[in-house]
Design a protein around this ligand. Structure first.
Ligand code: CA
Length: 226
């Protein structure tokens, strides 16, 4: 299990690194937000311990970038201020848990272990692209932490797109998988459903994730930067 610690305060950073290493984790320590983000996106971690007040790039920006790039590893953020807004903001940006400084190391360790356990069991039940998440178990969809209500067909359509994300799905495949019907019977049904799904998951958010590939079908993916 590999943990990334992003913490600029020398003493706290060293203390966390030492403590987590002694508890059997492989750890990397970044001293500012830019380095932390770079490591989080390029290396393969099981969890990030993220301080909020950081030089160069603050913890909120790091967290947002991590989620926008579609990384779904658990993030535990550390906040020095016991403010409700901070906690709400962190959880809205996609953090999984938080600790208010100063904290006991045993408390941090307990949170880390709980998050790692949760991450493992829910992995196969959670589909996502960028900040769009579909929870199969709870039949729930959220984007940027906001709940989105879908009909059963829209849910099935989104599930199919997410299961094969990055792949262009022909209308015939969507028709047979979601509607159990032949492509020829009524393609309009698919177009209408995709339009409705888009209105719910893409209209109020950036980036737009569902794309029509003319003459081919539909794909869900994080768009390439223009
Ligand atoms: Ca700090």
């Amino acid at each position: 299990m590999k943990i990334l610690i992003v913490e600029d305060e020398q003493k706290t950073g060293d203390y966390l690194k030492q403590g987590l290493s002694e508890s059997g984790f492989v750890t990397d320590l970044a001293r500012d937000g830019v380095d932390g983000l770079h490591l989080a996106l390029t290396d393969d971690y099981d969890l990030v311990v993220l301080d909020v007040m950081l030089p160069r790039l603050d913890g909120w920006q790091v967290l947002r970038e991590i989620r926008q790039k579609g990384k779904h590893l658990p993030v535990l953020f550390l906040t020095a201020r016991d403010q409700v807004e901070d906690r709400v903001k962190g959880l809205e940006y996609g953090a999984d848990d938080y600790l208010v400084k100063p904290f006991a190391f045993s408390e941090l360790l307990a949170r880390v272990r709980a998050l790692l356990r949760r991450g493992r069991t829910s992995e196969s039940e959670l589909l996502h692209v960028a900040d769009l998440e579909l929870d199969l178990l709870r039949r729930r969809v959220t984007r940027a932490g906001k709940r989105i209500n879908l009909t059963a067909k829209e849910f099935a359509l989104l599930e199919l797109l997410l299961r094969r994300h990055g792949e262009v799905l022909p209308r015939s495949l969507i028709a047979s998988q979601v509607w159990d019907m032949n492509f020829d019977s009524d393609t309009n049904v698919i177009e209408v459903a995709v339009r409705r799904l888009r209105a719910k998951v893409d209209d109020d958010f950036e980036p737009k994730l569902i794309r029509t590939v003319r003459g081919m079908g539909y794909v869900i993916e994080i768009p390439e930067p223009a």
